[in-house]
Design a protein around this ligand. Structure first.
Ligand code: FES
Length: 117
């Protein structure tokens, strides 16, 4: 599966889709054994992967509105920082983050959670 032209370490990562399959300022949901993971595409084509459950009451973050590097939950409008998975003050709480990489136009996701920031 590895390629001599790919220098990134993709050990433990799974190829999900092409970047173009995720709408700009949107998300794509991936069903995994770790749960449904929302892969977000930011305004500069940054990628972020969060468990698709708001830290408030488990709203589907993938259906929220992305603003730059944050998403507004569709249920009660908490704003979640995509890089950390944490709610912006005054709200509190974090959802689980997952590593995601963009390599040669393809999106790779790991289902091993990252630790909260
Ligand atoms: S469930 Fe997300 S803001 Fe309430």
């Amino acid at each position: 599966m590895s390629s001599a032209t790919v220098s990134a370490d993709l050990t433990g990562f799974h190829q999900i889709c092409a970047l173009e399959a995720i709408p700009p300022l949107g998300a794509r949901v991936v069903a995994t054994e770790a749960g449904e993971i929302a892969v977000f595409r930011g305004d500069q084509d940054q990628l972020f992967a969060l468990l698709d459950r708001c830290p408030h009451k488990a709203g589907p973050l993938s259906q929220g509105i992305v603003h730059g590097t944050s998403v507004t939950c569709p249920l009660h409008a908490w704003k979640i920082e995509l890089a950390t998975g944490c709610a912006q003050a005054p709200d509190e709480g974090c959802t689980v983050r997952f590593p995601v990489q963009l390599v040669e136009g393809l999106v790779y996701l790991s289902i091993t959670p990252e630790h909260a920031a």
